[in-house]
Design a protein around this ligand. Structure first.
Ligand code: SAM
Length: 297
C-alpha cells in the first residue's frame, strides 16, 4: 500500500525501514469492526447475547470487559441491530477506548473533554461513571458538535454540557478534576486501505502547535492534584512525545506511567517517552498515543 510521501519520510526517520514496513502492513490490513457496550443502557452480557442471536461472531477484549471485536466490515450489520438504534452499543475503535480508561473518572467528578465530537470518548466516560460525572464537552466545529449532541441523546448521556467553543478560549476561571484532551491531529495512525489523504510538512507543524497550545490550556484548567489525559491518533513524535515532553519541562506536572501489563494484547511501537502508550497499527488497532499527566499541587 502506498503511503503519502511526506508521511513515509517521517516514519522512516522515526522508526527506520523495518518498522515502517510493519506499519505499512498494519495500515493495509482490513480493520476489525469494534464496539463497546454503553452501560447507561445495556450490559456486556446483553450485547453478547444480541450478537449471538444475530449470528455475528465476536471476540472479547482482555483489557476491557465492555469491548467487542468483530470481523472487518461489519458496520452495516451492527447498525441494523435494535441495540444500536437504542444506544446500547457504540461503534468505536479499540485504541480510542483507551483514554477514558486512563482518565480514571469517578462518579461525582467534574470532567472536561476539550475536543469531544463526535463523542466517542465523552459517551465512554459517561458509561464508565454510570452517568454520575458532570462532563463539559467542547467542540469547535458546529456540524460535528451537532453530531455529538445526537450521539449523546441516543446514548442517554444527560449530565453532559456540550459547548461550541475553541477550547483555547475557555476562561481560566473554570476548574476540573480531570481533563481529557483527545487532540486534533494529522491522523497518521489511522491511515487505511481506503484513506490515503494529504500529508504535508505545514499541516504537521500547524497541528503540533495547536496541540501544544491546547495541552497548556488543559494544565491550566485542571485542579492542582488533578489528572490530564493527552491522546492523538497519530504515531509521529512531533504530535505525541514531543508535545508531552515540552509540557513536562515547564515543571508544573509529572507523567504518571501507565502500568506495565495493564493493556495486555495492545500492540506497541517503540516510544521515546517511557510510561506512555504508543499503539502500533494492526488489523485490530489503529495507531494511537496516550499519556497521563498529574498537575502538581
Ligand atoms: N474525542 C472525539 C471522540 O472520541 O469522538 C474525537 C475528537 S477528534 C480527534 C478532535 C476534535 O477536535 C475534532 O472534532 C475537531 O473539530 C475538534 N477541534 C479542533 N480544534 C479544536 C479546538 N481548538 N477546540 C475545540 N475543539 C477542537
Amino acid at each position: 500500500m502506498e503511503i503519502a510521501p511526506y508521511l513515509e519520510q517521517r516514519l522512516l526517520e522515526q522508526y527506520g525501514a523495518e518498522e515502517t514496513e510493519s506499519i505499512r502492513r498494519g495500515f493495509s490490513a482490513a480493520r476489525c469492526t469494534t464496539l463497546r457496550t454503553n452501560r447507561l443502557k445495556g450490559t456486556p452480557e446483553k450485547t453478547a447475547a444480541a450478537l449471538e442471536a444475530a449470528g455475528i461472531p465476536f471476540e472479547r477484549v482482555p483489557w476491557f470487559e465492555d469491548a467487542f471485536r468483530l470481523e472487518a466490515g461489519m458496520e452495516k450489520e451492527i447498525s441494523q441491530l435494535p441495540l444500536y438504534a437504542q444506544g446500547e452499543i457504540y461503534v468505536q475503535s479499540l485504541s480510542s477506548m483507551l483514554p477514558p480508561l486512563l482518565l480514571g473518572a469517578r462518579p461525582g467528578d467534574n470532567i472536561l473533554d476539550m475536543a469531544a465530537a463526535p463523542g466517542g470518548k465523552t459517551t465512554e466516560i459517561a458509561s464508565l461513571t454510570g452517568g454520575q460525572a458532570m462532563i463539559t464537552a467542547c467542540e469547535r466545529n458546529l456540524p460535528r458538535l451537532e453530531r455529538m449532541k445526537a450521539n449523546l441523546a441516543r446514548q442517554g448521556c444527560t449530565r453532559v454540557t456540550a459547548m461550541n467553543v475553541d477550547a483555547r478560549q475557555l476562561d481560566d476561571f473554570f476548574s476540573f478534576d480531570r481533563v481529557l484532551l483527545d487532540a486534533p491531529c494529522s491522523g497518521s495512525g489511522t491511515v487505511s486501505r481506503d484513506s490515503r489523504g494529504r500529508f504535508e510538512p505545514a499541516l504537521l507543524k500547524k497541528t503540533a502547535a495547536l496541540q501544544r497550545a491546547l495541552l497548556e490550556k488543559a494544565l491550566r484548567l485542571v485542579k492542582p492534584g488533578g489528572t490530564v489525559v493527552y491522546s492523538t491518533c497519530s504515531i509521529l513524535r512531533e504530535e505525541n512525545e514531543d508535545v508531552v515532553a515540552a509540557l513536562l519541562k515547564g515543571g508544573k506536572c509529572e507523567l504518571v506511567p501507565v502500568e506495565e501489563g495493564r493493556f495486555t494484547e495492545v500492540p506497541r511501537l517503540p516510544c521515546s517517552l517511557p510510561g506512555t502508550v504508543l499503539v502500533r497499527p494492526t488489523e485490530a488497532y489503529e495507531g494511537f498515543f496516550a499519556a497521563v499527566l498529574h498537575r502538581k499541587r
